[in-house]
Write a protein that binds this ligand. Sequence first.
Ligand SMILES: N[C@@H](CCC(=O)N[C@@H](CS)C(=O)NCC(=O)O)C(=O)O
Length: 85
Amino acid sequence: MAEHTLQGLALYHFESCPYCQKVRRAMAELGLAIELRDTRQTPAYREEQISGGGKGQVPCLRIEKEGQVTWLYESDAIIDYIKAL
Ligand SMILES: N[C@@H](CCC(=O)N[C@@H](CS)C(=O)NCC(=O)O)C(=O)O
């Protein structure tokens, strides 16, 4: 399947988090390329997630659409969202 780079989406995650692994696996199975922001490797990503979304829990999908930003928490909700794209 062709990879589609999705504009306006960024997944806040870190490598060893099992919930993040589940989301990354779903992305791979769907053939979707979403920007990955590792909050452990880059503490500034964790800070922007907390300041924008309210907490540092990962995975979290930052969705920017028509100038509005939504922070989607919970791996199952993120997978449902990307399956519907
Ligand atoms: N129910 C959540 C669980 C996510 C979760 O527990 N993530 C851990 C890392 S594996 C975490 O971010 N813990 C720190 C926190 O909640 O601030 C999901 O399915 O996404």
